[in-house]
Design a protein around this ligand. Structure first.
Ligand SMILES: Nc1ncnc2c1ncn2[C@@H]1O[C@H](COP(=O)(O)OP(=O)(O)OP(=O)(O)O)[C@@H](O)[C@H]1O
Length: 265
């Protein structure tokens, strides 16, 4: 469980000024829950993720992970960025196995093969990152972070740089991988549709200062049914069906209107 209580973050700029990036954020993320953050540029989504990753300390308020005050990065939390951060001199297989070494789980190396299979990259195990497309690299990155078995996964626009079709494939793969160990996921995206398709809850934020406007609960009936033994193509088809479900379309319009109303203000 991740708990934020009245969290604020103020950056000091190089010219001596201050930017209030977040004000009074209170939020819980339950174990196994997928929470998506959406909002206009500059509303503090990445700042919130950096706080959860432990790269930043809050200026005010408190942050707890599994009942303990958060004091920096830890192997209980895995972070996936928009640009994959793979070691270029290691193959795909070596990049993934490296995660086990850091988390002391070398005996579970066959999980790497399972995860690579789940993200459709079994054949690429001996290739180097520069021999892969952007979408393939991001798949490896997701498999690598998940391979370490984190309880919480923090994702900052992980599919933002991908074409729409690859993005859809990776959304399906992420859900399949999630269904193997049910980590909680905090997922930042610019896409309201993506947030509603993947999230159990969608946190809508506003800028100036960054704050929570509304938290939208996505009803169970509007969530895609996933399990790791369902083929990716099936989950992809379910995601596509869901995206045209009238209730999802209505929710998407409401959330988009809310965001544009505060972006205009
Ligand atoms: N290192 C920093 N120093 C000073 N100000 C910063 C720093 N990082 C972010 N900010 C400011 O904090 C605010 C929130 O930025 P943040 O990157 O968290 O927003 P975001 O919602 O992730 O934006 P985007 O959607 O454009 O990625 C912005 O006003 C930004 O200019």
């Amino acid at each position: 469980m991740i708990t934020l209580k009245n969290v604020g973050e103020v950056y000091r700029t190089q010219n001596g000024g201050e930017v209030e990036a977040l004000r009074d954020i209170s939020l819980d993320v339950a174990d196994g829950e997928i929470v998506c953050l959406v909002g206009p540029s500059g509303c503090g989504k990445s700042t919130l993720l950096r706080l959860l990753a432990g790269y930043l300390a809050p200026t005010s308020g408190s942050l707890e992970v599994d009942g303990a005050s958060l004091r920096g990065p830890g192997t209980d939390r895995g972070v996936v960025f928009q640009q994959p951060t793979l070691f270029p001199w290691y193959t795909v297989g070596q990049n993934i196995r490296l995660s086990y070494r850091y988390s002391g789980m070398a005996e579970k190396a066959d999980r790497a093969d399972e995860l690579l299979g789940l993200v459709g990259l079994s054949e690429a195990v001996d290739r180097y990152p520069h021999e892969l497309s952007g979408g393939m690299q991001q798949r490896v990155q997701i498999a690598r972070v998940l391979a370490a078995g984190p309880e919480h996964v923090l994702m900052d626009e992980p599919f933002g740089a991908l074409d729409p079709f690859t993005r859809e494939q990776l959304q399906a793969e992420l859900l399949r991988v999630w269904a193997t160990s049910f980590p909680s996921i905090v997922f930042v995206t610019h896409s309201v549709e993506e947030a509603l398709l993947l999230g159990h809850r969608v946190v809508v934020m506003a800028a100036g200062p960054g704050r929570v406007l509304e938290v939208v609960d996505v009803p169970e009936s509007l969530r895609v049914d996933v399990s790791s033994d369902v083929p990716r193509e099936t989950i992809q088809a379910r995601l596509r069906d869901l995206s045209t479900n009238p209730d999802v379309v209505t929710l998407r319009r409401q959330v988009s209107e809310l965001i544009s109303s505060v972006s205009r203000a």
